[in-house]
Design a protein around this ligand. Structure first.
Ligand SMILES: *[C@@H]1O[C@H](CO)[C@@H](O)[C@H](O)[C@H]1NC(C)=O
Ligand SMILES: *[C@@H]1O[C@H](CO)[C@@H](O)[C@H](O)[C@H]1NC(C)=O
Ligand SMILES: *[C@@H]1O[C@H](CO)[C@@H](O)[C@H](O)[C@H]1NC(C)=O
Ligand SMILES: *[C@@H]1O[C@H](CO)[C@@H](O)[C@H](O)[C@H]1NC(C)=O
Length: 534
């Protein structure tokens, strides 16, 4: 893949050079000029052709060399890593000796699709990434312990990179059929340099005899938290509402987190609900790499949860995938599985609906109650028009069928797997935010009231206040909501703020349909395709 691109890139450059040479040949005029021009065109054609053939040959060469060959011992002197370097799993480490920044985060043993390889999540130069090698390390009691094993790596830049200088990438190191899976791997730029990174290899397969993950087990992945993220109520709502929606586990990445949210996450981590990984990526966000290298995080999270959870949702903190007829997402997917063949589905896509924050709060929500602090209770007006799939949509992946995860859709599945576009009558993505193009004009777009999330409101309020009370002192959270000021009587009945217990009135444009979903027939099964980068 990368090599083909590389080839095309070279070919284009060659064409540009040929054009640049053209004015020089124009010394003679008239027909001569035309003749030399066509000669040049022919030359260009052969030049481009030649480059393509050459790249093909190089590619074959590379394929042959990627097979996990042991380098001859005289070539591989294998200086040991520094004594103070220990193997890490899920922390940015540098590959030294490269001209440009090259960093690695985590390593997985991936034996799907007939290959055996170490798949490393990293970040490097988007165009023409530098050549690197993988060095395998075995435990001291292993017969190959002192054997030098270094293989050339293949760097596969992750497709979603917004044309910035750096990009998330996979570093792939193939193992031979009978080669033992290393316990630790280092990525090195030159054979004789001391490695400056050691990645503990995470096995992707289950331990022998372990049962497959519960098909209802759902993990949630969130892109790196940044700007000293510190909104404790929003975080608790996210954790507790997603738990009600069926999430068993959450993975977060710590670029920068504020003190209260840090404290909350530590509490959830201590109870086994959250994995929090450091994210000290030494690349300038948006200038050098897209949004703190989020595509490295999304893919790390996908592989980290593979075979531990049957389902992985990739969402942001202001987004919720909300089913309309089922209470949980696993229930929804199980129900879908009865209606259509979802056995080979690699992902389920949900269309985006903006709930703009500028629209007024729901009048059914008590202004002085806890509900008024919960985004999903307060904000029930949404744009009527949903975005089509792949534009701002989010998805739930079946990680074992996915090779490369993107932000809004899966870029690459294992052969034979594809995406299922879930019909909006079954579930949509609720996205709570301000107008996406700035200003307030978005509130003029046509909208409906959608109280689907109110089904969780009461349980969610109870759960969030319970957690808040437990953590208030330790995490210095303060008061969850301000009670009505003294002396101000509660609003008289019928004055526009009815008590929160009142059920939503009938006739809502988007109230759940009591007769059950009717959009089942309209569910589309899409074949995997190569979508354009958005
Ligand atoms: C490890 O030791 C080397 C020198 O022995 C030093 O330069 C390096 O900073 C140390 N690294 C860490 C992570 O302590
Ligand atoms: C792996 O297989 C190759 C040939 O298939 C053989 O030469 C080599 O000795 C084997 N290595 C191990 C460790 O079994
Ligand atoms: C997040 O990372 C920062 C910087 O590395 C660190 O100081 C802080 O303790 C981390 N927070 C948590 C909650 O782990
Ligand atoms: C999910 O919703 C469908 C449609 O209303 C319903 O038939 C099905 O029983 C629900 N599944 C569960 C587990 O609640």
């Amino acid at each position: 893949m990368f090599n083909t691109r590389h080839g095309v890139f070279k070919a284009r450059r060659l064409a540009a050079y040929s054009y640049a040479a053209a004015p020089g040949t124009r010394a003679s005029r008239g027909t001569k000029e035309r003749a030399s021009l066509s000669f040049l065109l022919v030359l260009m054609f052969f030049g481009v052709f030649g480059v393509i053939v050459l790249t093909e040959i190089l590619m074959v060469d590379e394929r042959g060399r990627g097979q996990g060959v042991l380098l001859p011992s005289h070539m591989d002197q294998r200086p040991p890593p520094s004594a103070n370097l220990t193997a890490k799993d899920g922390d940015w480490q540098i590959v030294s000796g490269t001209r440009f920044k090259f960093l690695v985060f985590s390593a997985f043993f991936d034996k799907r699709d007939g290959n055996r390889m170490i798949r490393i999540v990293g970040a490097t130069k988007t165009r023409l990434p530098e050549r690197v090698f993988c060095r395998f390390w075995y435990p001291a009691d292993h017969p190959q312990h002192d054997q030098a094993v270094t293989v050339p790596a293949k760097v596969k830049v992750i497709r979603e990179n917004w044309n910035l200088k750096y990009s998330a990438c996979f570093v792939l190191c193939l193992l031979r059929a009978n080669q033992t899976v290393p316990a630790v791997v280092s990525v090195v730029a030159r054979l004789r340099v001391r490695p400056h990174n050691m990645l503990a290899v995470r096995p992707l397969d289950r331990p022998d005899g372990a049962p497959p993950p519960d098909p209802a087990s759902l993990a949630v992945c969130v892109k790196p938290l940044h700007f000293s993220y510190n909104r404790p109520v929003e975080m608790l709502e996210f954790l507790e509402l997603n738990t009600m929606l069926g999430a068993d586990h959450f993975t977060f990445y710590n670029h920068t987190i504020g003190p209260q949210v840090s404290c909350i996450l530590h509490d959830y981590a201590a109870r086994g609900r959250v994995t929090l990984l450091p994210w000290n990526l030494n690349m300038a966000s948006q200038r050098e790499i897209r949004t703190e290298g989020l595509f490295a995080a999304l893919n790390d999270c996908l592989y980290r949860n593979m075979h531990r959870h049957a389902l992985v949702a990739q969402i942001d903190l202001d987004e919720y995938i909300v089913p309309r007829h089922n209470l949980t997402l696993p229930d929804l997917l199980q129900w879908l599985g009865k209606r259509l063949n979802t056995r080979s589905a690699g992902s389920f896509s949900f269309q985006n609906a903006f709930f703009y924050l500028q629209w007024p709060d729901d009048p059914l929500v008590d202004k002085h109650g806890l509900d008024s602090r919960l985004l999903t209770a307060r904000k029930t007006t949404r744009r009527t028009k949903l975005h089509p799939h792949k534009q701002r949509s989010k998805y739930i992946a079946r990680p074992e069928f996915v090779v490369e995860a993107g932000n809004h859709f899966v870029w690459e599945f294992l052969p034979g797997h594809g995406a299922i576009n879930v019909h909006p009558s079954a579930a949509i993505l609720h996205h709570y935010r301000v107008c996406e193009f700035g200003g307030d004009d978005c509130v003029k777009s046509s909208h409906v009231v959608d109280r689907t999330a109110h089904r969780y409101k009461d349980r969610l309020s109870a759960q969030v206040s319970k957690r808040w009370a437990l953590l208030r002192d330790d995490c210095k959270l303060g008061e969850l909501f301000t009670p009505p000021p003294d002396g101000v009587p509660p609003p008289p009945p019928g004055s526009g703020a009815p008590p929160p217990q009142q059920p939503p009135p009938g006739g809502d444009a988007a109230a759940p349909d009591p007769d059950g979903p009717d959009g089942v027939e309209a569910l589309q099964v899409l074949e995997p395709e190569r979508p354009e980068q958005s």
